[in-house]
Ligand binder design. Structure first.
Ligand SMILES: Nc1ncnc2c1ncn2[C@@H]1O[C@H](COP(=O)(O)OP(=O)(O)OP(=O)(O)O)[C@@H](O)[C@H]1O
Ligand SMILES: [Mg+2]
Length: 263
């Protein structure tokens, strides 16, 4: 399997990772309560696996943390920035929050008509105003770190799913984020490609990046997460260490869910 992340100095993250504090977040869609008073604190550098049954509110919650989705009540603090309910967040606060936590999705969302290199340099040049030369240099370094140094001139359609997802990770890192919000980013991948991407994330974890991962990878959660949070019907069902939550869950609903996932 192609993979080569070296223990090179940190080039992707700001000096300090940010904490995220969600306080009493409520979200409704068409009269239905999707997030019901969710309060969660994430420490800088923490890797948290967010699990739970389909429709439980995991993606919605992650999107609320990044300001991609408005919530109706509550507050979210990301480092020194605050997201307010009902979209009342000031524009510059929202921009800073989005910069500090990159979001990665299941379907990669790469620009199809741009090379790998251009995908990675686009935002640093356009949004951060970084010079083309320096952006290119950093992009090559990031591609090397996700094991794609030989693919810079390719287009997304010439890559495997696992490679595309690693480009998406490099692209998010190019914005020098303090953490990554990952929404089921390995769900569409074959087992071997899944392993490549999870390995990349484990390397980033070791380097201190805050990682919040919505995932169905129980093995990854057990191995790499500091903490497992379970969201079900818009509420926190479990919150603890992987051993606590996965080996001795307190709620019958969680035991049922684990039985389904583990088969
Ligand atoms: N834009 C929307 N409009 C209306 N309802 C929505 C919208 N987005 C999500 N929902 C509803 O909110 C609930 C939570 O959805 P969400 O996508 O957050 O769940 P999830 O836990 O991520 O599920 P999955 O594991 O299937 O991805 C679901 O019932 C969904 O139908
Ligand atoms: Mg989801």
């Amino acid at each position: 399997m192609e993979h080569a992340i070296s223990a090179s100095p940190r080039t992707h993250a700001n000096a300090k990772s940010a904490a995220i504090n969600a306080k009493a977040v409520r979200k409704h869609f068409g009269g239905r309560t999707i997030l019901n008073d969710v309060s969660l604190d994430f420490r800088p550098g923490e890797t948290v696996a967010i699990l739970g049954p389909s429709g439980g509110g995991k993606s919605t919650f992650l999107r609320c943390l990044n300001g991609l989705c408005h919530f109706d009540e509550g507050e979210v603090r990301v480092g020194s920035r605050t997201l307010l309910a009902r979209g009342r967040t000031a524009g510059h606060e929202l921009e800073q929050v989005r910069r500090s936590f990159g979001m990665i999705f299941q379907d990669f969302q790469l620009f199809p008509h741009r090379t790998v290199l251009a995908n990675v340099t686009e935002a640093p040049v356009r949004v951060l105003g970084e010079g083309r030369r320096s952006a290119n240099e950093r992009a090559h370094e990031l591609l090397r770190r996700v094991g794609l140094q030989d693919h810079a001139e390719k287009y997304p359609h010439q890559l495997s799913g696992g490679q595309k997802q690693r480009v998406a990770i490099a692209r998010a890192l190019a914005m020098k984020p303090q953490g990554l919000l990952c929404d089921e980013i390995t769900s569409a991948l074959d087992p071997e490609l899944k392993a490549e991407v999870l390995k990349t994330l484990e390397d980033l974890k070791r380097e201190g990046l805050t990682l919040l991962m919505v995932t169905h990878e129980i093995g990854f959660a057990r191995r790499a997460a500091d903490r497992v949070v379970v969201l079900c019907d818009g509420k926190i069902l479990e919150d603890g260490t992987p051993r606590e939550v996965l080996d001795s869950p307190t709620s019958p609903r969680m035991r049922e869910f684990l039985q389904c996932v583990l088969g």
